[in-house]
Design a protein around this ligand. Structure first.
Ligand code: ZN
Length: 135
């Protein structure tokens, strides 16, 4: 087995899932709390299923340097929502299915739309938050 160096990780995603109106409300609260604390890119709401995801969600995109702050904070503050955290190494299938970690419930991932190799380089993460609170 070839060892993969960690610098193959260009960035991370955390996908925050919600099921039904009550969990969507919770996900909204969580989203606001994250935006107030972390310099990351928060994606739009996906109330309809997209890509490999089998539950509505939104995405958090963040550089590797933010992992050590954001992920522990999510461990403590995810309000029982399911969260998928995966690296972006240019291999979407492997990143979502093999290299990922879950907080809370483990959901199905639909491998169909996930290519083995990224066709283009991952876009640079341009944060859209303005944190005012120390996590
Ligand atoms: Zn993702």
């Amino acid at each position: 087995m070839a060892v993969q160096p960690i610098d193959t990780i260009q960035s991370y995603h955390a996908h925050v899932y919600f099921d039904g109106p009550a969990q969507r409300q919770t996900a909204e609260t969580l989203r606001e709390q994250i935006a107030a604390r972390f310099t990351i890119l928060i994606g739009r709401w996906h109330d309809k299923l997209v890509g490999p995801h089998t539950r509505p969600m939104y995405q958090l995109a963040f550089p590797a340097a933010e992992f050590a702050r954001l992920v522990p904070w999510l461990m403590l503050n995810r309000y029982d929502l399911a969260v998928l955290i995966h690296p972006n190494t240019g291999h979407p299938r492997r990143d979502h299915l093999t290299n990922a970690m879950w907080l809370g419930e483990i959901l199905a991932i639909n491998a169909g739309p996930l290519p083995e190799h990224e066709s283009e380089h991952a876009p640079e993460i341009i944060p859209n938050t303005n944190p005012t609170i120390q996590p």
